[in-house]
Every structure is written in structure tokens, then in C-alpha cells.
Ligand binder design. Structure first.
Ligand code: FUB
Length: 344
């Protein structure tokens, strides 16, 4: 995630273009800024695990330092359209021994009576890692493990429970998310983004241990292929992975979805197992107001919903976003209809 001049241009064009357009959804809560929603249906209720955006007074930079979040709140709803309740602070930075700053996009999972909150943050060496905190209820409070997950790195964890009871974490994000500094799971500051014609960087997946606290295996790259079975190149930035991974299953197929970052789309690719490869199928969400786009997908009462964010409430301030929800529709062939977040 990164902010630079082109982002202002894009934002402006969306706002100008959007003068006669109306947002298809309103922020779920307006008393705080929330972003990066990971939605789950636990015990008959909807729980949303978002980032809690704040104005920390940190100047914009290309590393996203102005995304200086310090805690997590869990939002709950009885059903789509009902009141969204802020359940207060579920975990704060000062209670995470290994983390120094920037609590970015989290996710949560449930297993055997416990709830697990997964979150990225920068450790004291300036490197993003992914941590886990454990709670007895979906809204916390959560108690952080003393150390980050061994072998974890970068940002945007998304945890998927498969029907056989296995849990997998998907993660990774380039630019501010530092994925470009890794090759074969090893960090080297000298590593950079691939050149335009080279294969784009890929997201990672790792199965979790039975206790949900560690990786059960070395993270593996996830291949996202075009229709010819080729990997996308770095310059195919309207289709290649940037950040914000999510995995859901629909009619026996695995749908891997993600943000393209600097082109601001939420795209998806379909595969036959949790490790991929996944074949690109299209866009789920067109660009929103604000530079970042991030989402989750959840089935509720037989309908499918996209939880996403935009910066409309803050009049376009990139790091002050609001979580929204809209229904998505599948076609008979399993493809997803692209959602336009603003309609005439
Ligand atoms: O909220 C901080 C970062 O912005 C997230 O980790 C990215 O996915 C982007 O939404």
C-alpha cells in the first residue's frame, strides 16, 4: 500500500466522475473510521474485524506510515441491515509485546471454543510480522501471544477454514507491506519489485498448526494464472496481486480474491484446492473513493456479501476509511458480477 500523486489524481477523478453518482452502501459505523473488514458468521451473528483508522498526525509517505493504527475494535450485527455495534477495544498495541506500530488489516477464526485474532504490525526492527491473540468470545478481549508467528512476514492475514477442519493463512502485500523485500521467505532489504516484464510477486499461504498459533509448514507461493496458464507480469497491474488476500469456497471451488493495489480493483481467481493454482476470472469491485481497496466475502442466509471500505465519509482522506457491505451475485458459470460501488 502506497500513496503518491497518481492516487490524488485517481481520487479526484472518482469524485468528479461521481458527482451524479451515489454510493451503493453507507458506512456501517460513523463514530470511528474502520477499514479492511474481515467478516465472519459466528454463533448466528455477523462479526466484522476491521482496522481502526485514526488521524495520528504522521505525514503521508510511500511506506504508508500515516496508517498508524493502534488498536482493533470488533463490529457486530444481528443481520445485514441491522444496527452495527462497536464492541470497544478488543486488542491494543501496548498489549502486544513484540509490536511497535501500525496495526493493519486483521482477520479472525474460531476453533474449539476459542476465537483467534490475526493481525500484522511492525516489530521494533521496522519489519512487518503477523501475530495472533486469543479470546473466549468473538468480540474479545484478546490476549496476544508474546511473539509473532514464527516465519510470518508482510501484511494482511486472511484465515480460511476448509471443510475438513484445516485452517490456512493467506497473506502478503507489496510496497508498504514489504513483500518485495522477500524471496523464498527470506528478507533482504536489497530485494526489490520485479521489473515490468518479469513475473509479479505472489501471495503466500501456510497451513496453521492444530493450536492455531503457528504455521504448520513453510509458507508457499500461490500461483495466479491467466487463461493461458501463465503467471501475470509485474506490468499487468490491473490483474496481478498487490495485497488484501481473501479465500472463500463456493460450490466446491476455491475463490482467491485480492486487491490489485495501484489500479484499485478487487479481483478473483478460482482453483480446485486451498493452495491453488488459481485461474484469474475477473473483477469483483471497481475502484472506491480513496487509494486502498480491501474486502472479505461471507455467506449469510443463502446470500453472499462483499464487505469493503471507502473514504467517502472523510471526503477522500486515504487513511480515514469506512467499512461497508453490499450483496454480490454469482452467475450460473460460477463467475461473479462486478460491483460498481457508485451508481447514477
Ligand atoms: O489498512 C492498512 C493497509 O491498507 C492494509 O493492510 C491494506 O490492505 C490496505 O487496505
Amino acid at each position: 500500500m502506497k500513496t503518491f500523486c497518481i492516487s490524488s489524481l485517481l481520487l479526484l477523478s472518482i469524485q468528479l466522475f461521481g458527482q451524479d453518482k451515489k454510493a451503493i452502501s453507507q458506512p456501517l459505523v460513523k463514530h470511528i473510521y474502520t477499514a479492511d473488514p474481515s467478516a465472519h458468521f459466528f454463533n448466528g451473528k455477523i462479526y466484522i474485524y476491521p482496522s481502526h483508522d485514526i488521524e495520528a498526525g504522521i505525514p503521508f509517505d510511500d511506506l504508508g506510515s500515516h496508517f498508524a493504527m493502534k488498536d482493533y475494535h470488533v463490529i457486530s450485527m444481528d443481520s445485514i441491515g441491522s444496527e452495527a455495534v462497536d464492541n470497544g477495544v478488543a486488542l491494543q498495541l501496548s498489549d502486544v509485546p513484540w509490536a511497535e506500530k501500525q496495526m493493519w488489516a486483521p482477520d479472525a477464526a474460531y476453533k474449539d471454543g476459542k476465537y483467534y485474532l490475526y493481525f500484522p504490525a511492525k516489530a521494533y526492527d521496522g519489519i512487518f510480522k503477523i501475530g495472533v491473540a486469543v479470546g473466549d468470545t468473538p468480540t474479545g478481549p484478546f490476549t496476544a501471544q508474546p511473539e509473532a508467528i514464527k516465519g510470518s512476514y508482510s501484511i494482511d492475514p486472511a484465515v480460511f477454514e476448509d471443510e475438513d477442519g484445516s485452517y490456512y493463512m493467506y497473506f502478503g502485500g507489496i510496497w508498504g507491506g514489504q513483500l518485495q523485500n522477500y524471496r523464498n521467505n527470506e528478507f533482504d532489504q536489497a530485494n526489490e519489485l520485479p521489473k515490468p516484464g518479469e513475473p509479479a510477486l505472489l501471495p503466500l499461504v501456510a497451513k496453521l498448526t492444530d493450536d492455531m498459533l503457528e504455521f504448520a509448514e513453510t509458507p508457499r507461493e500461490i500461483q495466479i494464472l491467466d487463461e493461458q496458464g501463465e503467471l501475470f507480469s509485474e506490468q499487468q497491474n490491473d490483474k496481478r496481486f498487490f495485497e488484501a488476500a481473501w479465500l472463500h469456497k463456493y460450490k466446491g471451488k476455491y475463490y482467491f480474491s485480492y486487491s490489485t493495489g495501484d489500479t484499485h480493483f478487487i479481483c478473483y481467481a478460482i482453483g480446485d484446492n486451498p493452495y491453488g493454482p488459481f485461474t484469474y476470472r475477473g473483477r469483483i469491485l471497481n475502484p472506491v473513493v480513496g487509494w486502498t481497496t480491501h474486502h472479505s466475502i461471507c455467506e449469510l442466509g443463502g446470500k453472499w456479501y462483499l464487505f469493503y471500505h471507502d473514504s467517502s465519509l472523510s471526503n477522500g482522506v486515504t487513511h480515514l476509511r469506512s467499512v461497508k457491505v453490499a450483496e454480490i451475485k454469482y452467475r450460473d458459470d460460477g463467475s461473479i458480477e462486478t460491483l460498481d460501488p457508485y451508481k447514477p
